[in-house]
Design a binder for this molecule. Structure first.
Ligand code: FAD
Length: 502
């Protein structure tokens, strides 16, 4: 056990040195009191098993980059395998911890750990500092401004934040004094493990790395997009293509989700680009996208059971069905609808798909075609998305399934017409569903319509080389609209019964 006291900064979704006030607090405390500084990360083995390997790779790369950057300022990252709640209590004693800093998280699993850790820390007289630094605005302050209730529309949210001044971003680049180093500073046991060490054999789903993790990469990517001033000022989300081969939006989301990039820095850089230029506006502008993130965060922070239908007071109850085969076909990209399948396969391979592509497959799974709960879809997204984020995932799934925020359930995406708008020859489908590569454009979205002779010439007979459709969209979506209408009626009646009579 060490004889000197320590200050711990627990890195979680703040894998960066810029805009990290909690870490700055830790450094100041360690230097002022001549304590040892211990920046830690807990790699949760349970989580590793369920999350897709691409996201794990992104995380490992981000941790490696963080460690490199920490070493440049004369400190390092101490990585532990296990849950924080299991590791920290021992470390508190072993390291004689006096001060613990971290970012504020709203994911209930993390909150639960935080509460347990807080109790132990209190007994040991450890001072805890937590900072809201995953969003531009302090969502708790926004909720207070709205008298404690969740702003249910985007416009309402914007009106609440419009006069809030966003503080400048701080940077940590000063060398940390030698007295903050521990004697086990160079110990390899705390090094960031390699992907090979973690997953040994199973690399089947690992594909080429399109989006390497880390703060360094995040800042590079941000610079690249912010230098395209005209592109930023003309950005209109609904007009960006869901099926372009190269992404039509920034793909900054994995960096924001892991905290390699601070939302506040992104905000200030966008304001700088917009300043003095004609530019598009929220909700469609790029700044408007960032505000969607803030909107869902605030809703997530203010709603109990936000990621569930039951016990979630903003979520409409819909009697979803169960169909494990359909769910599997959807998740694996073998529904027989080439556009849906291409999207799901891109998701599985690359860990990122365009927002409108997410719309397409989320609508298809839920109210559009398969009538399966959005909670099931959200779990699949949690496994595969590099940018998985507890509140953004749940919030957007509720939107798409018309369970909250959005109520035009009768507007259903067509798996045939929607993709054609931006890619009539189906180049995107040809890339991700290569079985259909040789199909004539006329049939690429509806290969079952191709005459047998064409199917044979294209080298892929439907039902043999590529699945038959698992449902008939034309028929089923109309039935589902009826079911939605019925569910809305029942919910309305239920609410009316709950309302006190005057
Ligand atoms: P850009 O268009 O370049 O936007 C810039 C940033 O704004 C994004 O990086 C993101 O942080 C934020 N943003 C943009 N759109 C949204 C939105 N609708 N909601 C919240 N934030 C937004 N996004 C996640 O980050 N994590 C998720 O787990 C997630 N799950 C989703 C699930 C469904 C069913 C749907 C429909 C959307 C989901 N999104 C999620 C939102 C959105 O699709 C992605 O944030 C966006 O596509 C990321 O790509 P980008 O960085 O190129 O976005």
């Amino acid at each position: 056990a060490s004889k000197v006291s320590s200050v711990v900064h627990w890195f979680r979704l703040d894998l960066r040195l810029h805009d990290n006030l909690a870490f700055r607090n830790a450094i100041n405390e360690a230097e002022n009191r001549k304590h040892v500084l211990r920046p830690v990360y807990f790699l949760n083995a349970e989580k590793i098993n369920i999350s897709g390997i691409n996201r794990l790779r992104f995380l490992i790369q981000s941790l490696q980059d963080l460690d490199d950057n920490l070493r440049k300022i004369n400190t390092r990252l101490y990585v532990f395998k296990g849950k924080a709640v299991d590791c920290l209590p021992n470390l508190f004693k072993q390291w004689q911890v006096k001060f613990l800093t971290s970012q504020v998280d709203i994911d209930p699993e993390v909150v639960e750990q935080d509460e347990a850790i807080e109790k132990i820390a209190e007994e040991l007289d450890i001072f805890i500092v937590r900072r809201v630094q995953h969003t531009v605005y302090d969502f708790n302050a926004v909720l207070r401004k709205n008298n404690g209730s969740v702003p249910m529309t985007y416009q309402k949210f914007l009106s609440l934040v419009q006069d809030i001044q966003v503080k400048e971003v701080i940077y940590i680049n000063k060398q940390i004094s030698d007295c903050c180093k521990a004697t086990d500073f160079d110990c390899k046991d705390f090094d960031v493990p390699s992907l090979d060490q973690l997953i040994a054999n199973d690399r089947t789903n690992l594909s080429e790395c399109k989006y390497p993790g880390g703060e360094t990469e995040a800042l590079k990517r941000l610079d690249m997009y912010m230098s395209k001033k005209e592109w930023v000022c003309k950005f209109e989300k609904p007009n960006s293509s869901p099926n372009s081969i190269e992404p039509s939006t920034t793909v900054l989301s994995p960096y924001l989700s892991h905290g390699c990039l601070s939302a506040k820095l992104f905000y200030h850089r966008l304001k700088q680009v917009e300043n003095g230029r004609t530019h598009t506006m929220p909700p469609v502008s790029l700044l408007g996208q960032l505000m969607w993130r803030e909107f869902y965060y605030t809703a997530g922070a203010g709603t109990e059971n936000f990621d569930k239908m039951v016990g979630n007071k903003i979520c409409t109850r819909i009697p979803w069905g169960k169909n494990p085969e359909h769910l599997k076909a959807w998740a694996e990209g073998i529904t027989g609808y080439p556009f849906v399948d291409a999207i799901m396969r891109q998701l599985k391979q690359e860990g990122w798909i365009h927002h409108l592509a997410r719309h397409m497959v989320a609508c298809f799974l839920t109210r559009g075609d398969l009538w399966i709960s959005w909670e099931e879809g959200a779990k699949v997204f949690e496994n595969y998305l590099l940018d998985y984020d507890w509140s953004l995932n749940a919030g957007n799934w509720m939107w798409l399934s018309a369970s909250a925020f959005f109520y035009k359930y009768f507007r259903v995406y067509s798996p045939i017409a929607f993709g054609k708008k931006t890619d009539k020859d189906g180049l995107y489908i040809r890339k991700y569903v290569p079985e259909l590569k040789k199909y004539p454009s006329e049939y690429i979205y509806e290969p079952w319509k191709a005459p047998k002779s064409i199917q044979t010439t294209a080298g892929c007979v439907i039902g043999v080389g590529y699945p038959k459709r698992i449902v008939e969209h034309d028929k089923i979506h109309k039935e589902n609209i009826q079911k939605m209408s019925q569910a809305y009626k029942v919910n309305k009646e239920r609410k009316a019964m709950k309302r006190p009579r005057s």
